[in-house]
Ligand binder design. Structure first.
Ligand SMILES: [Zn+2]
Ligand SMILES: [Zn+2]
Length: 239
């Protein structure tokens, strides 16, 4: 993805709930997984790549299965290959010696990162770099100010990578405002849980603790494919 395309896609995501960098990284990793199993059935290079990471990590394996990103046949073929790989590495007559065990643990460990995690990392790094440049333009910054801002891991990355003081100040100010707003909503949520105020009913603060968790740890994992590619006007994560 070229930088201009990344800047454009991030800008579209400013309208949606949660960190735009998380959203773009999740989308791209999902698109990648979408084709991975299909292509790995046909391409020995891809199969070798999947073997090196012993499949996908916990998060991405279950995302693929639960969100039905790949068809079951593609998954079955890949996991058949992995089952054969593991069988070849597990000894028929295990030796309990210390050195043998260490070598066995090594043989049963991945030598490369999950390919979806690798894709996500690339997108995160590019997004932070692109934001550092694009936010120097006033109209882009205006749109950014309408977003939920960055989650804490991506805010940290931004602080590490962005040398532009004006951009950094704008990003930090925006984050402060978002956190102030969230803190107020959380206070309201806590207050309304008091039996004396329970009749008031919950408003927008209803899910403030979930949005706060997203702010601190990163955007919620998409529950389905539709969550990643929402219909126009619909915000992902909105029920
Ligand atoms: Zn994020
Ligand atoms: Zn992964």
């Amino acid at each position: 993805m070229a930088d201009a395309q990344t800047a454009y896609e991030l800008r579209l995501l400013f309208k949606y709930r949660g960190c735009p960098v998380c959203a773009l990284a999740q989308r791209t990793a999902t698109r990648y997984v979408d084709t991975l199993f299909y292509e790995s059935v046909l391409d020995p290079g891809r199969r070798e790549r999947i073997r090196a990471s012993l499949g996908l990590c916990y998060e991405h394996a279950w995302l693929t299965i639960e969100s039905k990103l790949s068809d079951a046949l593609g998954l079955a073929i890949v996991y058949h290959d992995l089952a054969a790989t593991l069988l070849a590495r597990l000894p028929e007559k295990p030796d309990s010696g210390g050195r043998e065990r260490k070598a066995l643990v090594e043989a049963l460990s991945e030598t490369r990162l999950c390919p979806a995690c690798e894709t996500r990392r690339t997108v995160e790094e590019r997004s932070i770099k692109v934001l550092g440049e694009a936010l120097q333009k006033d109209d882009y910054l205006d749109d950014y100010r309408k977003s939920d801002g960055l989650c804490l891991p991506h805010l940290r990355l931004m602080i590490e990578e962005t040398g532009n003081q004006k951009v950094l100040a704008a990003v930090i100010n925006h984050q402060r405002q978002r956190l102030e707003g969230l803190k107020e909503e959380l206070s309201e949520f806590i207050r309304k849980n008091d039996y004396r105020f329970q009749d008031e009913g919950m408003g927008a603060e209803r899910d403030s603790y979930q949005r706060a968790a997203e702010q601190v740890t990163g955007k919620r994992r998409p529950a389905s494919k539709a969550d990643l590619f929402p219909e126009k006007g619909k915000r992902p994560g909105q029920e």
